[in-house]
Design a protein around this ligand. Structure first.
Ligand code: SAM
Length: 497
């Protein structure tokens, strides 16, 4: 789960990349059977379950029935005895709970490679896997397709027990409609990220569909491999895929380990342990029987957690929380063109987002602010400022321009206050917002989404309030310092008269 979204962005479109090295899984042979469930259709291979309506596999996220079948299958398939079991929990609905005392520094899990799903896993339908590999489909879309392929084979797939215990509808912003994103996340920059991500997923599906699926309809029938099933499998990957640093950063789905929920204060990650030859994590605290055990999905902001995992931690509980602040060059600026050119040279645009935390803002943000408020007389410095505003640059970032310090701080404060007013507008309106639904099921969904949006916006606005306070104080100090200096200067003037 950690780092997963970053991996996605860098490995997807536009070009497929060749696959990398392998993680072995036990070979198995699959037999295709026809299943007697309502949504099944006869396809050319005569055995898959179509997904023309709601996804016909997986379960409700809080289902314990499927989870106990998963536990049983895992232990029969080589998962060693565990000190935890899957239970209903307060945080994350289902999770792993300690059955015995667990010491701090203890290794837990030991999921063997044979129970891990990666780009090298054996396909129940080997021809389909071959086609994807021949087309150099990268890991993310490859695993997404693998998951759909195995899911559609139901009991014929060795992963049936695992897939049956996966949520039918993973919580993530992938499942929000455009209207819901616009309505509830208007104030937050995470809305843009969600739209970008949905566009990426749709683009990836379209690309695969044109380049691969349409050429092999017997292996990839559209009733099974369609945008709905892709949204499901990408939703699963965003919320469950792990990167294993000790396996050269390989990405994998790790059944059992992916039942662990996230805690912002926990600092332990999943990784492959060469000594025990399994995926493990080392506890960073002790747990007593009955306590839920947590890992970290990475140092992510509340917005990023909502984007990939569909939840927002309690306000103030996430030390890695941040909010994206949008800074823009003014179109009326006499040097707009020169400034934009300098920004473009360093890979930036006229409007840029910078992450702010309660502890402060990055040096890049300050450099952008200097550039935005610079007068024409500083045009020789535009390049240096743009370079410092870019996090790709190795240039000196800690710039200092005392002459325009006040304007730069005022510019950041103005941007901060513009953003705060958007949050205020949404949060004030949210109390009386018409949820615009016609069925109780839809109502529940909208109430839930609105609550997530309110939680996110409250936590993001809190960071902006803190920045506003700091900026106002610095400006006050700066101005009163300047005033004192001016008085002193006038005093000297009188003395010399
Ligand atoms: C890797 S899965 C963890 C297992 C999951 N609870 C399940 O029952 O399948 C990640 C999902 O668990 C839930 N989750 C994890 N940590 C959470 C937390 N701190 N608060 C709320 N939900 C959490 C979210 O739904 C997330 O998408």
């Amino acid at each position: 789960m950690a780092e997963a979204s970053r991996v996605f962005n860098s490995s997807l479109l536009p070009n497929f990349r060749p696959l990398q090295n392998t993680l072995s899984t036990k070979p198995h042979t699959a037999t295709f059977r026809r299943h007697s469930i309502n949504c099944s259709v006869s396809t050319t291979d005569g055995a898959r379950v179509a997904a023309t309506g709601p996804i016909p596999w997986g379960c409700e996220i809080d289902s314990l029935e499927n989870a106990s079948a998963l536990q049983k299958w895992l232990s029969e398939s080589g998962l060693p005895d565990q000190k935890m079991s899957i239970q209903r929990v307060n945080v994350g609905e289902r999770g792993l709970v300690a059955l015995k005392n667990v010491r701090k520094g203890e290794k837990l899990l030991f999921v063997p490679p044979s129970l891990v799903i990666s780009a090298e896993s054996e396909w129940s339908c080997p021809e389909a896997g071959e086609v994807l590999k021949r087309n150099s489909v990268p890991d993310w879309p490859l695993i997404a397709t693998y998951l759909i392929s195995e899911a559609s084979l139901m009991k014929s797939s060795r992963w049936n027990n695992y897939i049956s215990a996966l949520p039918r509808q993973p919580y993530s912003l992938l499942y929000w409609t455009r209207e819901e994103l616009d309505r509830y996340l208007e104030a937050s920059e995470i809305r843009e990220r969600a739209i970008e991500r949905i566009t990426n997923v749709v683009g990836t599906y379209n690309d695969l569909s044109i380049r691969v699926f349409s050429k092999h309809p017997e292996l990839f029938p559209e009733e099974v491999f369609n945008i709905e099933t892709f949204k499901w499998s990408f939703g699963i990957l965003f919320s469950r895929l792990v990167r294993l640093p000790s396996m050269d950063g390989k990405v994998a789905l790790v059944p059992w380990a992916d039942m662990l929920n996230h805690n912002c204060e926990v600092e332990t990650f999943l990784d492959y342990d060469k000594a025990s030859q399994g995926v493990v994590f080392t506890t960073d605290r002790a747990y007593q029987p009955g306590e839920q055990v947590f890992i970290s999905y990475g140092k992510k902001s509340n917005g990023e957690l909502l984007l990939s995992y569909g939840f927002v931690p309690k306000e103030g509980s996430n030390p890695s929380d941040s909010v994206e602040l949008l800074l823009s060059l003014k179109k009326s600026d006499k040097c707009y063109k020169e400034k934009l050119e300098a920004l473009k040279k360093h890979g930036l645009r006229a409007s840029q987002c910078f992450p702010i935390q309660v502890t402060g803002w990055p040096l890049e943000l300050k450099a952008f602010a200097y550039l935005a408020v610079s007068p024409p007389s500083l045009s020789n410095q535009f390049d240096e400022m743009a370079a410092a505003a870019s996090n790709k640059s190795t240039a000196k970032k800690d710039l200092n321009y005392p002459d325009i310090e006040e304007e730069a701080l005022q510019f950041i404060l103005d941007s901060c206050e513009t953003s705060i007013s958007k949050y205020n507008k949404f949060l004030q309106a949210s109390g009386s917002m018409d949820l615009d639904v016609t069925s109780p099921k839809q109502l529940n969904r909208r109430v839930f989404l609105k609550q997530l949006a309110v939680d996110l916006c409250t936590s993001e606005r809190r960071i902006l309030f803190r920045s506003q306070y700091i900026l106002r104080r610095r400006l006050r100090d700066l101005r009163s310092g300047e005033l004192r200096a001016l008085k002193l200067f006038r005093g000297f003037g009188k003395l010399f008269k």
